[in-house]
Ligand binder design. Structure first.
Ligand code: SF4
Length: 390
């Protein structure tokens, strides 16, 4: 478990690296000759995504396991990596946190006995194709199955990256009609895949159509583009997005190595246009099951005006069991944050109950014991305090 005495020391190298990332230039790997205006063109990044082992070998020295996995997993869950995200990888270290999130390994072929095809019961709560209506007042609205980078830990592996299952115009209209016909829906999470793979015009039209539904109060855009393709957020796009307020962006940074000047520019651009951005980190073994890394990440996010919102326990999706960290790791991270840094840097740690039970918060134990007249608590330093029960 977390030891407060060693916290300061453990933070130092990670914080130093984040400071360098934010102040310095992002690495460009084999694309150092590419002019800035080309590198920062999201269409160029999309067109030049790495899809094969040969592509990737220009950037990293692949292990035998990675090479075999790229061949073996392609039919189930494709590989695609933007040059921007690939250049963040350590070319020599297969345990690099960016590399682990984007490059397949053979462990993805293992299906644990507890794995589920649809871990969050999203299909079970699907009244029409492309809508999950699980909670009373909000829906998930899937608008695409494409993403700039296919994250190896994706919870929707069963659909994402499969072009045959993508939403067509008819399905999108059916989703809008469902939302319009259900006045209890006041909050719509536009998700996928990554909705930012739609064109500016389609996104604008979609958000405009949602805004025309009187009972839709809040729209949330769930996107990992700030992490994997921050160039996608151009001034022109963000200006159009900001017309659909109240609009919230939920993104998914997992490690300080993803905290680059480009990502900072993207988050600040959204904040400058009045778009609230929140981060939903997924706890991943070997990637970010480390209090110092999470603390550094959250501090960086706050500096860009992005709120650390959730830490998700990895769900029971098939082929991601190698990423699942024990629950004690998540609790140790929370314990390392609470009291040791500002409350704004402490997200909710939740487990999305298998089968569609919804989010259940997990919190470290601070109550030492309940007596008849008092409760004895333990504070963040492990010191005991009493409070009367009445
Ligand atoms: S961006 Fe989101 S939906 Fe797309 S692969 Fe990554 S986790 Fe899955």
């Amino acid at each position: 478990m977390f030891d407060p005495a060693t916290q300061q020391e453990a933070d130092a190298p990670e914080l130093g690296r984040v400071a360098r990332d934010v102040l310095g230039e992002s690495p460009r790997g084999p694309w150092s000759h590419v002019p800035d205006e080309v590198w920062n063109d999201w269409r160029w990044q999309q067109r030049h995504r790495l899809r094969t082992a040969a592509d990737l070998e220009r950037v990293v020295r692949l292990t035998d396991d990675e090479r075999a996995a790229i061949a073996a997993t392609g039919d189930q869950f494709r590989m695609a990596i933007t040059p921007y995200y690939a250049a963040l990888m350590d070319p020599d270290d297969p345990r690099c946190p960016v590399r682990m999130q984007a490059v397949p390994v053979l462990a993805e072929l293992d299906v644990a006995a507890t794995d589920l095809a649809d871990p969050l019961g999203e299909e079970a709560y699907m009244p029409v194709p492309g809508i999950t209506h699980r909670y009373p007042d909000r829906v998930l609205y899937y608008v695409t199955h494409n993403c700039p980078v296919y994250c190896r830990h994706c919870t929707r592996k069963r659909k994402v990256s499969d072009p045959t299952s993508a939403a067509n115009h008819g399905q999108l209209d059916q989703g809008l009609a469902y939302i319009a016909a259900h006045p209890e829906v006041r909050d719509v999470l536009v998700s996928g895949g990554d909705p930012l793979t739609l064109s500016d015009d389609r996104l604008d039209a979609l958000l405009g159509a949602l805004r025309e539904i009187p009972h839709v109060e809040v729209v949330r855009l769930c996107t990992r583009n700030p992490v994997t393709l921050p160039q996608r957020f151009t001034e022109a796009l963000v200006t159009r997005l900001a017309r659909h307020q109240p609009l919230f962006v939920h993104t998914h940074f997992n490690h300080p190595r993803e905290c680059t000047p480009e990502a900072a520019r993207c988050l600040r651009l959204l904040a400058d246009h009045g778009v609230n951005v929140a981060n939903q980190m997924v706890l991943l073994r070997g990637v970010n099951d480390d209090p110092a890394a999470v603390k550094a990440l959250n501090h960086w996010l706050l500096r860009q005006r992005c709120r650390p919102y959730y830490i998700f326990q990895a769900d029971l999706a098939q082929g991601i069991s190698h990423f699942r960290a024990p629950l004690q790791s998540g609790l140790a991270i929370l314990q390392a944050l609470r009291g040791h840094t500002s409350g704004m840097a402490v997200p909710h740690y939740v487990i999305d109950a298998p089968g569609g039970g919804g989010k259940i918060p997990l919190v470290p134990e601070y109550v030492e014991r309940w007596d008849e007249d008092k409760v004895v608590f333990r504070n963040y330093l492990g010191e005991l305090y009493e409070y009367p029960t009445r």
